[in-house]
Design a protein around this ligand. Structure first.
Ligand code: ATP
Ligand code: MG
Length: 565
């Protein structure tokens, strides 16, 4: 099979794993890990990596560790650690007792560094950052050897110990691997192994260290110490693989995991780099990491995505080595399909217009038993109260209808969903000529869907004014107005493409009372409007806030098709 299989069930990484099991490599054992850096929240790209790593462990009776790659303490914090754990768990994966930190290995890493120095394979270098860059060479020119490369083992051991003891300032010295300054692979040109960082309190090790191991040294050693068999990462690390292997070949660990790279997930109309997402949060372009417009797991959860729809998405996009960008519609379809099957139907009027049913007795009420789902009877029924005052959506009425308008018009008839056919007899306006109320009469013989053969143009939803719940409803759109804000052209910043209409807030929406009982995050369909969930963060018992998870249909794809002709 090719590298481009489109289902996770048969991707090329799984084939490697299967071959390794069959060949008895690592004793037939499978151990993977998900290694986030706690410098931001997880996004949908991470979800792809999580599903892959935890999914392989589950399917091949292996194990998957959650390991924080925490070697950059000035960018990391506990909030991120807790958020990442919550997100992985929410996605449906369990690391059980296998929660690790690269900082758990700082002492061992240091010992391995000493080992490399003793073997003449690492040295302390005094070049400045700028000189180091100069000496490194370019893609077309080899580098030059540092004048400190020839230091004796004794001198290097002494300097390394003094680096650790805090005798030198930030940037004054580096510990570097002694590999090959002429290598065509720049990663092998005596890469840094340790740098000096004073004045940061590490979230795990406090002030115990003032030197920190570099990612390229830490990562292979951490994998080996955890007996990882398949070290799965994204394509940008392919050029680092020779260094990954060099480290493991030159320190005394017995396990040598195999690094395997796959292509990152890119999604249209959003950005996925943590640096850029951090910028959006820090500059207040969004309300936080869990803003429902963010491509973060926390944002998607707050928006109403289910974990199974995210896992489904990761399975559908597959795993390969080719760079590609997935359309937003693919993600939206996953949640839409899930909610179409599983979300209860409710009525909510987003732009209320008051209707008085003049033919219906003033203080009379009537309970209507209505289905929660049009296809799935097991979802049961609920009762709605019909009264002589109700709300319909302003957009469902036109005084002077345009051609093809099938809803309520002056003098016309419409069916109120699950209730009666009504006729608009009178239009009440305010001093500015704005329609503020409609007076209608109902036909008592038309309750429910009766009688058969009774012709009305349209069916609209409504909510009784008698017990409506008032709520704020937030309609979300794409965060960016360009499909690839990251690479949107010369001289442009990705933030130039922020969509000014990505959030539309509607206040004083009228909801059927059942919606007051919804749990935070639980999704329902507002009939004819889309799928919505209660925002656990902004809602109060007296002032519920609902987020639109996704529209009913893929209106975006339709617009794109029209644009393309
Ligand atoms: P960034 O470069 O934006 O900071 P990162 O890749 O450095 O992100 P990490 O926390 O190091 O973020 O990522 C943890 C794991 O998730 C890594 O193995 C990385 O390869 C993987 N990962 C990150 N982004 C994506 C993506 N868009 N698609 C698939 N896997 C990803
Ligand atoms: Mg990283």
């Amino acid at each position: 099979m090719s590298d481009d299989d489109i289902t996770s069930q048969g991707n090329f990484i799984r084939h490697i794993v299967e071959e390794d099991i069959a060949a008895g490599k690592h004793g037939g054992r499978v151990a993977t890990r998900f290694p986030p850096e706690p410098n931001g929240y997880l996004h949908i790209g991470h979800a792809k990596s999580i599903c892959l790593n935890f999914g392989i462990a589950l399917d091949y009776q292996g194990s998957c560790n959650l390991r924080f790659d925490d070697t950059n303490p000035h960018k990391e914090n506990i909030e991120y650690i807790e958020a990442i754990k919550a997100d992985v768990y929410w996605l449906g994966f369990d690391w059980e007792e296998r929660l690790f930190f690269a900082s758990d290995y700082f002492e061992q890493l240091y010992d391995f560094a000493v080992e490399l120095v003793k073997a003449g394979k690492a040295y302390v270098c005094d070049l400045t950052a700028e000189q180091t860059r100069e000496y490194r060479g370019t893609l077309t020119e080899p580098g030059r050897e540092s004048p400190y490369r020839g230091r004796s083992v004794e001198e290097n051991l002494d300097l390394l110990a003094r680096m650790r003891a805090g005798e030198f300032s930030d940037g004054e010295r580096l510990l570097r691997a002694k590999i090959d300054m002429a290598s065509p692979n720049i990663n092998l040109r005596d890469p840094a192994l340790y740098r000096i960082r004073h004045g940061v309190i590490h979230h795990q090790t406090g002030e115990a260290w003032c030197i920190y191991p570099m990612y390229d040294f830490t990562h292979p050693v951490s994998d080996a110490l955890e007996n990882i068999t398949h070290s799965i990462c994204t394509l940008e690390f392919a050029d680092h693989r020779p260094l990954y292997d060099w480290v493991l070949d030159n320190v005394s660990v017995s396990c040598h995991p195999q690094q395997i790279e796959f292509s990152r997930l890119n999604l249209e109309y959003t950005v996925m780099s943590k640096r850029k997402l951090t910028e959006l949060v820090d500059n207040g372009h969004v309300e936080g990491w869990d803003d429902p417009r963010m491509p973060t797991i926390a944002g998607m959860r707050r928006r109403g995505f289910t974990s199974s729809s995210v896992r489904d998405f990761c399975a559908r996009i597959g795993v390969s080595k080719s760079e590609n960008t997935v359309e937003m519609g693919v993600l939206e379809n996953c949640i839409r399909e899930d909610l179409n099957t599983n979300a209860a139907r409710r009525m909510a009027v987003l732009h209320p217009l008051k209707v008085v049913i003049t033919s219906y007795p003033d203080d009379s009420t009537e309970e209507l038993e209505v289905a929660n789902h049009p296809q799935d009877e097991s979802m049961g029924t609920r009762s709605l109260v019909f009264t002589n005052e109700l709300y319909i959506d302003r957009n469902d009425f036109m005084e002077e209808p345009v051609k093809g308008f099938k809803r309520l018009v002056g003098g016309g008839e419409v069916r109120l969903r699950n209730a009666y056919v009504v006729r608009c007899d009178e239009i009440i306006k305010d001093a500015h000529g704005e329609v503020i109320e409609l007076h209608c009469s109902h036909d008592p013989a038309t309750l429910g869907a009766k009688p058969e053969g009774r012709k009305v143009k349209g069916v609209i939803h409504w909510v009784s004014a008698h017990n409506a719940v008032t709520a704020e409803v937030r309609l979300y759109d794409r965060l960016f107005s360009h499909p690839a804000p990251d690479s949107a052209g010369e001289g442009k910043d990705f933030k130039d493409y922020l969509n000014p209409d990505s959030l539309k807030t509607l206040t004083d929406c009228c909801l059927e009372p059942e919606l007051a009982k919804l749990a935070a995050g639980e999704c329902v369909q507002f009939e004819r409007e889309g799928y919505f969930c209660l925002d656990g963060k902004r809602s109060t018992p007296d002032a519920p806030v609902f987020n639109r998870t996704v529209t009913l249909r893929d209106s975006w794809a339709r617009i794109e098709r029209q644009l393309k002709g």
